[in-house]
Design a protein around this ligand. Sequence first.
Ligand code: 2HG
Ligand code: ZN
Length: 451
Amino acid sequence: MSDLEDRLTEIVGAGHVLTDGDLKASYETDWTRRFTGESRCVVRPADTAQVAAVVRACADAGVPITVQGGNTGLVGASIPAGGEVLLSLGRLTELDRVDTLEAQVTVGAGVTLEKLQQHARAAGLDVGVDLAARSAATVGGLVATNAGGVRVVRYGSMREQLTGFEAVLADGSVITRLAGLAKDNTGYDLTQLLAGSEGTLAVITKVRLRLVPLMTARSVALVAVAGVAEALDLLVTARAGLPFLAAAELFLADGLDLVRGYGRLAAPFTETYPAYVVLECAAPKDQTDDLLEVLAESEAVLDATVASDAAGVARLWAHREMHTEAISAAGVPVKLDVSVPLAELASLVDELPATVAAIAPAARPIIFGHMAEGNLHVNVLDAGDLAERVTDAVLRLVASKHGSISSEHGVGRAKAHWLSLSRSAAEIDTMRRIKASLDPAGLLNPGVLLP
Ligand code: 2HG
Ligand code: ZN
């Protein structure tokens, strides 16, 4: 073992420095199996002090660090390029008591979203963010990527939940800002700077989050519509008529086929339709009547099925939430998470298949996503070695519609090359200067986010 591994072992203990290839393997490939890279070793610190000591040791040795939470990211941001120390934060699982007066909680970066949800719910509150990877995704990663998910229409993305943080800077120093004051105008907002910084500015070790009221009555509708334009008409009616609207999701016929085959799900309707919408109301009291009223009022609805019992709600959601797994079972997709202004959403969905086919005729684009934010997950199966060219064409199409090349998954390694499609030269230059001032040696997540 080298001096660095010796020093890391002194800090975290021998059992938490992994150098053996088999032991490191699960950390070195991402969830999609598209991104793989060899780390020098995997280090698993237990608390902020150990993280700080690890970062200092790596800085002294001039060895870069890849930061990893639950390894559920989809853009390769937590996979090493080669030779980094992989800093896994999965042991930072501290859960402070829920502060019911402030409706906030402070937790370790390695706490999974599901554990956090259980913790908040036991105190009569809930987390404003929810997403399908809840059992493995960790709060540190959710903040670092500014994750969105299915509740953004109601509560916003992860940055809107964030009221404080503790983080280790590239020189090993620690910033602790966990008071979570509701109002506090004392200079630059460092908390928000870290949201979406993808591990390039600091290693987040704790977060303080705002919690939301626990909504026990959930009513869900799976709705068949003729296309994206009609889905958006329904969204407008639902937003106006449903004050407790908590989710508005979209998927298409080919996605439903894939999910039904994978999950062995019965057909939700006797006929098939071009597009489907999932609407959810989550409230203190049952909203099913209001939901039914909106469905009756909207001319976009071709058919619909509604549930308000736990099993029925889960059954309807499965059609949407199983997309990622069903796609993964069919192959290693190119994942393009994009957003456009809502006025451009229907034309984007119309133009995507031809854009992909012009480059990779055999490829299969599966499109679904978070309709209310104009956020589509364009998953392209069978692109083979045309993945980069398909990425280029799709991201350029999105940019031509004034959209974002990364809506909620981050830029990572996957899209760093295309950052200039969504950010101006002046913006990228400013980001580089922020990065250089906080991490002058380029120690944290090199190759991620900034090209
Ligand atoms: C979702 O909305 C996730 O389910 C994953 O963001 C999307 O698999 C994807 O492309
Ligand atoms: Zn999503």
